[in-house]
Design a protein around this ligand. Structure first.
Ligand code: HEM
Length: 225
């Protein structure tokens, strides 16, 4: 069995098919199930610290990944000045560590707050563990195999595009180190689990607000004199 082929050429399509088909099914036939099933009513303080750290850390790091996918030449140009490369790498690392701390807080909260534990499912724990592995393997890749933002455009960008254009090139990942391969595989695993977990709430992000015409809200109450 060729594991490289199975994990990086075939499995991504299983993950993509599940993510698209099951998400669409839930949005059409089970619209009220598309939710993060917030546990804010059960505990607020730790949720705040864990959630803010995880979300902001991850969203910014993932926007960086997206930039490397969409504008690889721009990234290489930015990195052509060493100071800019260091700034980018240090920022990514800081954000990754912040997100790691956030996921740790959320996991510890789920285990230690009795009311939250009672409302948790095995999938909730699994998603947090996979997110932890994703971030840890990303941070280890950044630390051990410098400078990722320099070689991402040469290896990861063509690999991701090869999958998205249905012409997978798993050989690009063949000789990468364990942590980096784990990092990429873990992404496909999270994508496969996406529609079966509370991660599905990501599709409810109200991006429409960015595009719709703005509204004028007029206060009609008379001012007290
Ligand atoms: C669930 C999705 C993902 C998460 C949560 C995630 C998270 C992270 C984090 C936290 C880091 C360390 C911060 C940094 O230095 O930038 C990182 C680095 C990295 N990630 Fe990801 N990542 C994901 C998906 C991917 C995918 C799909 C690829 C490529 C196919 C990828 C390739 C890399 C590489 C090459 C680095 C090292 C960057 C560097 O050294 O600056 N990641 N990732």
């Amino acid at each position: 069995m060729n594991w490289n082929l199975a994990l990086f050429a075939y499995f991504p399509y299983v993950a993509l098919a599940l993510a698209v088909a099951v998400t669409a099914y839930r949005m059409v036939y089970r619209p009220f199930s598309v939710s993060a099933q917030s546990s804010q009513l059960l505990e607020q303080k730790r949720l705040f610290f864990g959630s803010v750290a995880m979300h902001w850390g991850l969203v910014i790091v993932l926007l960086g990944h997206l930039l490397a996918l969409l504008l690889p030449k721009g990234l290489l140009l930015w990195n052509s000045v060493p100071l800019r490369l260091y700034l980018l790498e240090i920022t990514g690392l800081g954000l990754g560590l912040w997100a790691l701390l956030g996921v740790y807080i959320l996991f510890a909260r789920r285990l230690s707050v009795a009311r939250v534990r009672a409302a948790s499912t095995p999938m909730d724990y699994l998603v947090l563990v996979l997110l932890f592995v994703s971030i840890l393997s990303g941070v280890l890749t950044a630390l051990l195999y410098r400078y990722g933002s320099y070689w991402f455009p040469a290896v990861m960008t063509p690999y991701l595009w090869s999958v998205l254009t249905f012409n997978p090139r798993p050989e690009l990942l063949q000789d990468l180190p364990f942590w980096t391969k784990l990092h990429v595989f873990n992404f496909w695993l999270l994508l496969a689990l996406f529609p079966f977990s509370r991660l599905i709430h990501i599709v409810t992000v109200p991006l429409g607000y960015l595009l719709r015409p703005w509204q004028i809200v007029i206060w009609v109450r008379k001012l007290a004199r």
